[in-house]
Write a protein that binds this ligand. Structure first.
Ligand code: NAP
Length: 257
């Protein structure tokens, strides 16, 4: 029997076939899970529906993570459809383009608010929405995606680095808060992967080259490698793991230079 056989999960952050959340959706589905995938707005609905056609009986639902109302409706409908939720994958992040090109000192109050709201606060709001349905299943597992720019400076990553630092701290506080309810909360810190979100970071190709040259494994990683780690963290093999930031980055985080 597969790791996630009979489990139900919600995956937020599938934009297209390159999305890390989509790689995770495929892997957890192959491990036996039934999924609800969300799309941010009508613009992406068709994309997500087309991708999801290969999954077993998925739910496809709208959710802009900046809206508490939409998060509430999402979990009402997932709860009705599945009767409970075993896991949540949070793969949403956004910062206005200007914040990723201007010098960091020019970060605007509004740009900071938007980046932190979409990329960090949304984890807390989604966890709160999932909570009653996870409790109904006797516990659950929550996973988000972060980047080393939370701790080190990557030129142009700017306010996203601040948002990822807030996200990682939120993982630890949620782990403490939800642990007594048998809900685990973890993050994967992924190495750079060419996706839609990554294309917004100027100089992203340079980052890929630096990793390939200096990471212990001397290569970049693939989304499928993040997905395999996600299956581990979401499933029973990681039942003793919470509050953890697991690096899947070919070892780059270990290097001093
Ligand atoms: P992606 O395919 O562009 O995924 C980002 C997702 O966030 C998109 O589905 C995007 O939808 C969604 N999103 C943005 N604003 C939203 C909102 N208000 N409501 C709901 N969804 C919203 O890029 P990705 O690289 O796979 O990113 C997934 C996660 O991995 C992000 O947290 C990212 O920071 C993290 N990560 C990426 C890398 C990398 O190198 N690619 C490395 C480490 C960590 P829209 O397209 O509609 O905006």
């Amino acid at each position: 029997m597969s790791d996630l056989a009979g489990k139900t999960g919600v995956i937020v952050g599938v934009a297209n076939k390159r999305s890390i959340a989509w790689a995770i959706a495929q892997a957890v589905s192959a491990a036996g899970a039934r999924l609800a995938l969300t799309y941010q707005d009508e613009r992406l609905r068709e994309n997500v529906e087309e991708l999801a056609a290969c999954l077993h009986d998925p739910l496809i639902l709208p959710c802009d993570v900046t809206s508490d109302e939409q998060i509430g409706l999402l979990f009402d409908r997932v709860g009705e459809g599945f009767g409970g939720v075993d896991f949540l994958v949070h793969g949403a992040a956004f910062a206005p383009r200007a914040e990723l090109t201007a010098p960091f000192v020019q970060t605007s109050r509004e740009g900071f608010r938007i980046a932190l709201d979409v990329s960090a606060y949304s984890l807390i709001a989604l966890a709160r929405g999932a909570l009653p349905w996870m409790e109904r299943n006797g516990g659950g597992s929550i996973l988000t995606l972060t980047y080393l720019g939370s701790q080190r400076v990557f030129p142009n990553y700017n306010v996203m680095g601040v948002a990822k630092a807030a996200l990682e701290a939120s993982v630890r506080y949620l782990a403490w808060d939800l642990g007594p309810r048998n809900i685990r909360v973890n993050a994967i810190s992924a190495g750079p992967i060419k996706t839609l979100a990554a294309s917004g970071i100027s100089g992203f190709s340079d980052i890929l080259h630096v990793y390939r040259d200096r990471a212990p494994l001397r290569r970049n990683i693939e989304a499928a490698e993040v997905a395999d780690a996600a299956v581990f963290l979401l499933g029973p093999a990681a039942r003793g793991v919470t509050g953890e930031i697991l690096s899947v980055d070919a070892g780059f985080h270990a290097m001093g230079l």
